[in-house]
Ligand binder design. Structure first.
Ligand code: RB5
Length: 145
């Protein structure tokens, strides 16, 4: 189960991602927003990420205008490692090396075609563990300090 969230700047991209996940048979929960009307991104980031930290969802996909604000808010939720990506290599490597559990994208930055490629590689790539686990543990230590 994937948690989806967006503000107005990422609303259209979220809708395109929903269609894509429907076609692939991937289940998701849509945490809003539900229209293109202006809305603040931080509460949506929190509600969406809490679906992950509660264990209801495996990963989150978040969209705002740039992907940046919503990723900043997401990274304040304990247990979330959110990566703002606009290229394929980063979306893949943030799974392999950072065990990212939230992908953030900008609806005003990436086209739908690229965004869907980023979604696919993010969802399909496994964490490599090993030396990278130590580094994740160090991030968690900072979070807990
Ligand atoms: C909203 O206009 C915009 O600021 C927001 O979607 C996002 O880009 C913030 O980082």
């Amino acid at each position: 189960m994937i948690a989806l969230g967006a503000d107005h700047g990422g609303f259209e991209l979220k809708e395109a991602i929903k269609k894509h996940l429907d076609e692939k048979g991937v289940e998701y929960v849509d945490c809003g927003t539900y229209s293109a009307e202006s809305i603040d991104y931080a509460p949506i980031a929190k509600a969406t990420c809490e679906k992950v930290t509660s264990g209801e969802c495996e990963k989150a996909i978040l969209c705002c205008g740039t992907g940046i604000g919503i990723s900043m808010a997401a990274n304040k939720v304990k247990g979330i490692r959110a990566a703002c990506c606009s290229d394929y290599f980063s979306a893949k490597l943030t799974r392999m090396h950072n065990d990212a559990n939230a992908l953030c994208m900008g609806g005003r930055v990436v086209g739908v075609g690229l965004a869907l490629e980023l979604v696919d590689v993010f969802l399909e790539t496994e964490f490599e563990g090993g030396r990278h686990q130590r580094r994740i543990d160090q991030i968690t230590e900072i979070e807990n300090s």
